[in-house]
Design a protein around this ligand. Structure first.
Ligand code: ZN
Length: 174
C-alpha cells in the first residue's frame, strides 16, 4: 500500500496541523513528541498518537547517515530532530511511499529539496498571526528577528524557534 504520508515536524504540530485533518497517514519521530511537551498541543498530539492518527516511527540508521552527510555539505544548522524527520521521509520514499514533510523550517525545506523529498509549509488559516518565530543563536543564546540568519556577535548560523507567547487558535474559518 502506498500513498501520501505526512511527516510532521514540531512547527506543524504547534500549528495544530495534527488532529482530525484528512484521512492521510501522518508520522513523526519521538523527539517531536518530546518537544511538544510543555506546549499546549501536547495533549492533542498525544491523543492523536494514542488513537493511531499519528504514528511515531524511528528512521533507519542508513537514512540518518545519508541526511547527516548532506547536512555537512550544506552547512545548514539542523537539530537532531530535524535530521531524524528527514531520514524518516527518506525511508518512506525508499519504501515507495510519497512522503511530504510538513514544516515551517527553512533549513528542513532546503535539505528536503536537496534530497529530492517534497514538503509543504504549514498553511493553516491564520497561522501567520498565530505562529511567531524568532531566530536564536545556538552558541551565545542571543535572539534576533525572523529575518536574521547569522549571529552578529559570534557569527553562528541562527536556529529558528517558536517564540514563547500566548497563542490564539484561529482555525474556525475553515
Ligand atoms: Zn552568537
Amino acid at each position: 500500500m502506498s500513498g501520501t504520508v505526512y511527516v510532521l515536524d514540531t512547527s506543524a504540530v504547534i500549528a495544530g496541523f495534527v488532529p482530525g485533518l484528512a484521512d492521510v497517514r501522518q508520522v513523526t519521530v519521538q523527539e517531536v513528541l518530546e518537544e511538544a511537551r510543555g506546549l499546549r498541543f501536547k495533549l492533542e498530539l498525544e491523543t492523536a498518537v494514542t488513537s493511531g492518527k499519528v504514528e511515531i516511527v524511528e528512521p533507519s540508521s542508513s537514512s540518518l547517515v545519508v541526511v547527516e552527510e548532506k547536512v555537512k555539505e550544506t552547512g545548514d544548522k539542523l537539530s537532531p530532530t530535524d535530521v531524524k524527520l528527514l531520514a524518516l521521509a527518506l525511508d518512506l520514499s525508499n519504501a515507495g511511499e510519497e512522503p511530504r514533510l510538513v514544516t515551517d523550517d527553512y533549513a528542513i525545506q532546503n535539505l528536503a529539496s536537496l534530497l529530492g523529498l517534497s514538503y509543504e509549509k504549514v498553511l493553516m488559516p491564520g497561522i501567520t498571526e498565530v505562529l511567531k518565530w524568532e531566530m536564536k543563536c545556538p552558541a551565545c543564546g542571543r535572539t534576533y528577528p525572523p529575518s536574521a540568519s547569522r549571529c552578529r556577535v559570534c557569527g553562528s548560523n541562527l536556529i529558528r524557534k517558536p517564540r514563547r507567547k500566548s497563542r490564539q487558535l484561529c482555525k474556525d474559518s475553515h
